[in-house]
Design a protein around this ligand. Structure first.
Ligand code: 5GP
Ligand code: MN
Length: 442
């Protein structure tokens, strides 16, 4: 929103330029011009002056040239009339429509662009706003996304502990089971597969940029205030109260910040959850989201007694045999395109049946195509049924795969994203490969 001062200055400029035009500017190119709106930048360095003319586009273009060449004269005159320390630079713009709604829309979109409102990497809301909402309510539902990963499990458990330490009543919920390698986390057996029938004062959704990624939630009247804590790239954070920070490595790191706002310190169990959340989402402190802040929080967890090897033993070194047998079937499906810049693997229902593995066991398979020298984008197709494929993307860094996934109604992070596509395998591959090729060529 423009400040009151910005608005006032814009109005003054509007009035004075209109008056100047009434008196007549010398330039013959300037036709019958009406100023339709003025917008001033927050630092008052620049003003967009929208105008309309009679006589169609050709006249408008000539007028625009005339106005722009008169701009410094207009600025000098206004400098004397308006008692301002600094007069903005004027940029005249032809207002193609007299339709007010359309004009306002355009002015708003200029402001949004200039202020970075549509930048999906922007922080929205704050740890403090969420902390206040957590204090305010009593009975909470806490949930993460379906097919939970380490971050989704560990941060739901971590938030549960935080709320319990504030003497709140908490139900932890996810219809999908906890993956075997995160079952060691304290409280993992407390996650319910349904939210129950009792109403909640608030529902906290973590690690989801869209509500469609969670399991079925209670009806709106039953779920209370919706609170979102997320770190995906998005312009539309979820919840009436939210903290959306795409710069955070993981929800665990964000919880640590929220705890700071609440004046709470981690205990050993909470440190296990927060450490595991960061470990999982940074790919064991390898990905580009491994920031100094993430390392500091992890260091704090170690200081409280968390053992990196004990956690690694659970998370990485306790693979069920079925997972390795499944991997043995998946790797022969590897395809790399002729240019060597993208590669894909396929996981079918039949492979699950043959090996007895479940879908939560394929986490990390996609790192095999991504790890190939020269491959910039790795793709994994997982068959849901004959006409539905779950697609995962990983990028080596140059290509933003969240943008590719977004084209198919999915999303995620710049380097890890996903979506679903309908069609048989060939159709799914065709759609996905051409989108990836387009991204690689851009
Ligand atoms: P994965 O490939 O491990 O399932 O997901 C990688 C990333 O992409 C995760 O951060 C996840 O949140 C996001 N993601 C995966 N599938 C979808 C999807 O269908 N929709 C959206 N919006 N994000 C997804
Ligand atoms: Mn996450």
């Amino acid at each position: 929103m423009a400040s009151i001062r910005q608005q006032r200055i814009a109005e003054q400029i509007h009035e004075e330029i209109s008056a100047l035009l009434m008196r007549g500017l010398k330039d013959p190119r300037i036709g019958f011009v009406t100023i339709t709106g003025v917008k001033v930048t927050p630092d008052l360095s620049r003003a967009w002056v929208y105008f309309s003319t009679t006589g169609g586009e050709a006249v408008a273009e000539q007028s625009l040239e005339g106005l722009n060449s008169a701009a410094s004269y207009v600025r000098k005159v206004l400098g004397k009339l308006l008692h301002l320390k600094h007069i903005p630079e004027f940029v005249f713009k032809y207002d193609t429509s007299l339709d007010r709604g359309d004009r306002i829309e355009r002015i708003l979109s200029d402001v949004r662009e200039q202020e970075g409102w549509d930048d999906p990497a922007r922080i929205r809301g704050s740890a403090d706003e969420v902390a206040q909402a957590l204090r305010k309510h009593q009975r909470f539902l806490v949930t993460g996304h379906l097919n939970p990963d380490g971050d989704a499990v560990a941060s739901v458990l971590g938030l549960g502990r935080i709320l319990e330490s504030l003497d709140k009543e908490v139900v932890l919920y996810n219809p999908d089971p906890v993956p075997h390698n995160y079952a060691f986390l304290p409280g993992a057996d407390q996650i319910k597969s349904t939210p129950g029938d009792e109403p909640f004062d608030a529902t906290v959704v973590v690690d989801c940029s869209e509500l469609s990624r969670t399991g079925p939630l209670p009806a709106e009247a039953m779920r209370g205030e919706l609170i979102g804590i997320d770190h995906h790239l998005t312009t539309k954070p979820l919840g009436t109260v939210h903290y959306q920070n795409p710069g955070a490595s993981s929800i665990g790191e964000m919880l640590y910040e929220i705890m700071g706002q609440l004046g709470l310190k981690m205990d050993f169990e909470l440190a296990q959850c927060i450490y595991t959340s960061i470990l999982s989402d940074t790919g064991s402190f390898r990905y580009s989201n491994t920031s100094p802040a993430a390392m500091r929080v992890a260091a704090d967890a170690l200081a409280l007694g968390v053992s990196p090897w004990d956690v690694a033993l659970e998370v990485y070194e306790s693979q069920p045999l079925a997972r390795v047998r499944l991997l043995a079937k998946v790797l022969p499906t590897l395809e790399v395109d002729a240019s060597g810049r993208y590669g894909s693997i396929l996981v079918t229902q039949e492979m699950f049946t043959e090996t007895g593995a479940t879908k939560d066991l394929i986490d990390g398979f996609i790192n095999h195509p991504r790890g190939i020298q020269g491959v910039e984008v790795a793709i994994q197709f997982r068959e849901e049924n004959e006409r539905l494929y779950k697609v995962s993307f990983r990028s080596r860094g140059r290509i933003n795969v969240a943008q590719i996934a977004d084209k198919f109604g999915g999303g995620g992070h710049a380097n890890a994203a996903g979506c679903s596509v309908t069609g048989n395998l060939e159709e799914a591959k065709l759609q996905i490969f051409s989108a990836v090729e387009e991204a690689l060529q851009a």
